[in-house]
Design a protein around this ligand. Structure first.
Ligand SMILES: [Zn+2]
Length: 162
C-alpha cells in the first residue's frame, strides 16, 4: 500500500483517516494528520429525519354552504322559447331588446343560441315574455354527499398510524 499523504510504501492495511472530510489510507506516521474515520458514523450526512405526521394539523371538513345552495340552470331550448314567445307576442328583436333594456343584437344572439344569457338577462326575459328559462337544479346536494363519503385521505391514515 502507498500512503496517500507521504507516498511511502507500507505494510498492512494502513490507517484510514479523515482529512477535511476526505478519507485517506495512510501510513502509521501520517495518521496523526487526520482523525480516525472509524470513530465517525458512516451514515451519509444530509439525510433528513423522517417526517412522520407532519401533515396539516387541521383539515376543514365541513362542506361549504355554497354547495348546498340550489343552482339555477338555463333550460336547454331557451333560444326557441324566447323566439317563439316573442313572435307570438308580435315583438321584433329590437322591441324585445328595448323592453329588457338590452341591445337587439343580444336578443339575436340568444335566439340563435350563440350566447347563453346571464341569469340577470334570463330573468328579465322571463318577466317580459312570461316564460321559464331558469330551472333550479336540486342534484347539487346529492353530488356533495357522495364526495363527502369518499373515504380515508392520506392524512387520515397518517393519523391512525400514530
Ligand atoms: Zn505517510
Amino acid at each position: 500500500m502507498l500512503c496517500e499523504i507521504c507516498g511511502k510504501e507500507f505494510k498492512g492495511k494502513g490507517f484510514k483517516i479523515l482529512v477535511e472530510g476526505a478519507e485517506l489510507t495512510v501510513c502509521y506516521s501520517c495518521q496523526k494528520f487526520g482523525t480516525s474515520s472509524s470513530s465517525r458514523s458512516r451514515v451519509p450526512r444530509g439525510a433528513p429525519p423522517q417526517q412522520r405526521g407532519a401533515g396539516p394539523a387541521q383539515r376543514p371538513r365541513s362542506p361549504s354552504p355554497q354547495q348546498k345552495a340550489r343552482s339555477l340552470e338555463l333550460v336547454e331550448d331557451y333560444n326557441d322559447i324566447v323566439k317563439n314567445k316573442r313572435e307570438e307576442m308580435g315583438l321584433s328583436q329590437a322591441d324585445l331588446g328595448k323592453r329588457i333594456s338590452e341591445k337587439e343584437s343580444l336578443i339575436h344572439r340568444v335566439e340563435t343560441k350563440s350566447i347563453r344569457p346571464t341569469n340577470k338577462v334570463a330573468r328579465k326575459l322571463e318577466k317580459v315574455l312570461d316564460v321559464t328559462l331558469l330551472e333550479s337544479v336540486g342534484d347539487v346536494e346529492v353530488e356533495s354527499k357522495t364526495s363527502f363519503n369518499k373515504g380515508l385521505t392520506i392524512g387520515d391514515i397518517i393519523k391512525f398510524k400514530k
